[in-house]
Design a protein around this ligand. Structure first.
Ligand SMILES: [Zn+2]
Length: 117
């Protein structure tokens, strides 16, 4: 990762990604790491665990420990607060994606914020 600014943006994307998956089913750290690697991210425990911790501190995730074959595994699940934030971010992400991808493929200087589809 390059600048601090770029890193911060990147972390925001990762947290949104984590929230998304935690809304589908409970996740654990190594599962999330594998998922992000499948998406082409180069992430390790030093990336994923602090993000999970921060999402918990913000009240967006809850954690439950489960004993699986004698091994304690921490499962993270989205909270109702997390869900409402995710819903809001999804709409914003969709709108933003449409705009930046759409705009990118169009000629410069023809920007319309509410283009008729
Ligand atoms: Zn994913």
């Amino acid at each position: 990762m390059h600048s601090t600014f770029e890193k911060r943006l990147h972390l925001g994307f990762l947290q949104l990604h984590i929230l998304h998956h935690a809304s589908i089913h409970p996740i654990y750290g190594t599962w999330m790491m594998d998922e992000l690697k499948d998406h082409g991210y180069d992430v390790g425990p030093s990336h994923v665990y602090p993000l999970l911790k921060e999402l918990m501190q913000e009240g967006l995730l809850t954690m439950n420990e489960k004993n699986e074959h004698g091994k304690i595994r921490k499962y993270y699940q989205i909270t109702s607060l997390g869900l409402s934030i995710l819903k809001d971010l999804r709409e914003k992400a969709q709108e933003l994606t449409e705009e930046i991808l759409d705009h990118h493929s169009k000629e410069e200087g023809k920007h319309e914020s509410n283009s008729s589809r």
